[in-house]
Every structure is written in C-alpha cells, then in structure tokens.
Design a protein around this ligand. Sequence first.
Ligand code: OAD
Length: 251
Amino acid sequence: MVSEPILNTIKAARRIVVFSGAGLSAESGIPTFRDDLVGLWQQYDPEELASSEAFAKDPELVWGWYEWRRSRLAQAQPNAGHIAIAQWQQHYPLTIVTQNVDNLHERAGSYSVIHMHGDLNKAYCSQCKHPHPLVAAPANLPPEGARIQPPQCELCQNWVRPGVVWFGESLIDADLRAAIYAAENCDLVLAIGTSGVVQPAALIPYWAKEKGAIVIQINPNESAIDVVSDFNVRQSAAKVLPFIVQAMGYN
Ligand code: OAD
C-alpha cells in the first residue's frame, strides 16, 4: 500500500508536520469544503455564507449555516485516519497543522493542533472580538436553510460570529506564526487530503521544502501539492494512515 522508500523516509524523519485538509475528514461524513453546500444550502455561494460581508448583511442566515454545520459535526466521528494520527502522536511528537475547522483530530486524541482556519466550536464578538463560549451544538440537525439568531456579546451586545477565518480575512497571527515555525523546522511534511489551493496555508509544504524538508502527499486525486511533493500516495487517508502507523509499530 505504501512503498518501502516512503516508509523508510518516514522512519528516518526526526521532526514531522502533519498538514491536513478537508479530505481527511471526508470519510467521517464531513464533506470537503467545496462540496459542503448541500440541500437547501445549495442556492448560496460559499462567499454568500462565509464572509464578513455576508454576516453583516444577514447574520441569522450565516449563523444558521454554521449551527447546522456544528450540529452535523457533533454527530460525526473521527475516522481511522484521525485515530492513526493520534496513536502516532502518543509515541512521537508530531506537529499537527490543519486547515479543518472541525475538532476531529482532538476527538481522536490528538493535542496541540494548530487550526489555521479557526474552529467551528469557537466564537467571538464581531465588533469587540471578546470570546464567546458556545453551548453544545443542537442535538438535532436544524433544517437546511434555517435562520438562527446569533448570540449577543456579553460586553458590547453586538452579534457573536463563528470563530473561523472567512473569505477575504487574514489568518490569526499566532496560528500563522506557529504554522510557519513548524514548517521551517521540520524535516518531513505529510500533506493529507488538501487541494493546496488556499493561501497562505498552501505554502506550508513550500516553506518546509525551502528549508530542506521532504514532502509526502496522501490524496487519491491529483492536487496543487503534486508539484512540491517528493512522494505521492494516491489513496484515501483513512486507509493509508493506519497502515503507516502499524508499519512504524505505533498502534
Ligand atoms: P478541498 O475541499 O479544497 O480539497 C480536499 C482534498 O481532499 C482534495 O484534493 C481531494 O482530492 C482530497 N480528498 C478527498 N477525499 C480524500 C480522502 N479520503 N483521503 C485523502 N484525500 C482526500 O479542501 P482543503 O484543501 O482543506 O478554507 O481546503 C482548504 C481550504 O479551502 C479550507 O480550509 C477552506 C476552503 O476555503 C477556509 O475555511 C478559510
């Protein structure tokens, strides 16, 4: 399933960065970002739901979409890929940098995950940025297309917004710095389930490569990461990762 040269490269690595994208969570039933507008949500463009302009125009529509996604995430489970990474991290200090806004790495048992694009289960005030703790996600999936009123900030009473990075927004500085540091100080990047088209996250393999690291990609399809990767494993993450972890003797 994974060739000897790839396994030997992984075995020889001393500082590994796992760089994950939506493909890792696909087999948990969380669609990849570009396939996520299902049912009644299909009538909207992602930019109509995932931007500060959209939120300013219709906060209840945007909050409704995020509550729907949060609720669906609560019903999903980490898959064999997330679990293999968590097992690996128990034996070896992997640095995990994810573009995913889900918490499936953490629910599988991983720690210190750098979320470059934020976290669906976090929220903060759209004006004063004060963090707002969210109650548990709705147990039943809200109807698709349902508008839900966002909570109000306890300090300034303005709308609370999802704690994710939207189109047109900069990444959180601390997360970006942590990701750059990890990339520039590793000797291997495992790019898993990402199309590699969204900047600046997609630069992680490039930053690492410039400092001499090797890049291994796990993705059943071609992607923009192909040009920077030394090895491509064209298979699903949930199949390949348990195999690698077993080959390392870490399960
Ligand atoms: P994409 O939806 O762009 O790409 C998902 C990738 O996963 C594709 O290359 C698929 O071929 C691959 N894939 C699908 N199933 C897989 C499987 N079972 N195993 C491994 N790979 C699989 O998702 P991202 O690259 O994560 O940004 O998207 C990056 C960012 O674009 C997201 O974080 C989001 C979006 O704009 C923000 O939310 C800011």
